[in-house]
Write a protein that binds this ligand. Sequence first.
Ligand SMILES: Nc1ncnc2c1ncn2[C@@H]1O[C@H](COP(=O)(O)OP(=O)(O)OP(=O)(O)O)[C@@H](O)[C@H]1O
Length: 333
Amino acid sequence: MTGASLLSVRGLSIALPLPGGETRSLVSDVSFDLRAGASLGIVGESGSGKTLTALALIGLVPDGLAVEGEIRFETTDMVSAPERQRDAVRGAGIGMVFQEPSAALDPAMRIGAQVAEALRISGRLARDEERERVLDLLAAVRLDDPAARAGAFPHELSGGQRQRAAIAIALARRPRLLLADEPTTALDAAVRGEILDLLAELTAREGMALILVSHDLAAVARTCTDLLVLYAGTRFEAGAAAEVLAGPVNPYTRALLSAVPRPRPREAGRRARLTAIPGAVPRPGALPPGCRFAPRCAFRTDACDAGEPTWRRVVADRGVRCIRVDAQTGEIR
Ligand SMILES: Nc1ncnc2c1ncn2[C@@H]1O[C@H](COP(=O)(O)OP(=O)(O)OP(=O)(O)O)[C@@H](O)[C@H]1O
């Protein structure tokens, strides 16, 4: 079914209601599509709205925040569907992997039992069949000696092995989309690449789609086909990952890439991180007038302060939010 839209996000906004009836925008005008089997990296500096966007996809935005827009996963709108339907999507349709593997694991249960428990949510298997599926899943996430690992408790595994076990649990119900929010940030640098390669391998092999939320551009370059760059709660650039990384058009994306050694897909080094743009991401409620990146932008003109740039398509299929980008060439005019 490659080519079919699996997830469609339209006009997502998330706001904090304030006393007196005002609201403070945390995320606004975020839209994107994800085809079955594709992989999307969502990147941006801290405070760009990555985690809130990811939580919205699974209908788990913290209580008290107001969510608007449409998030259609297959036939379910994860914004407006009854909680029972959204809960049915979590785990079965969308598998989840988070930063801290220990949070997904019960410290008092053996790994194999935890994978089996996840399998049983979708229906009981015969004992032998269940055992076989557990070992298959542990092998699929490349845990060495699956039988031994199945009998281990989480504390007997390394951080990387725990994240592999957490991924096996997320895969148990054969989700069509795996949502991974900073899955390597808590791990030793030496195993980060292995986990990213595993995610890429699993998604390709299972035909599963992937959303990788990361502040690490190199991680995304290594793993994803598509890229969405967020800044201060909204989208700034979107397109094919290889194309955006080879030729960024938005000044923010250019700054992200020139602040670091430019990563190339699959060859990206660990040092290629999002750092070192002068200034800081503005806080919600303290956005500048006009373009929210203007105060930090090397290409700012007075016109940039006049109003928020609209999102538009440039150079074939690139999405961008910047008035200075030429629609035909992608160059700054
Ligand atoms: N429950 C909440 N109430 C109020 N503000 C919130 C809440 N959750 C997040 N925010 C604010 O919304 C903005 C976006 O937060 P989010 O966690 O999505 O950013 P992020 O890009 O994931 O950053 P990080 O990499 O630091 O996790 C931030 O300014 C954050 O302080």
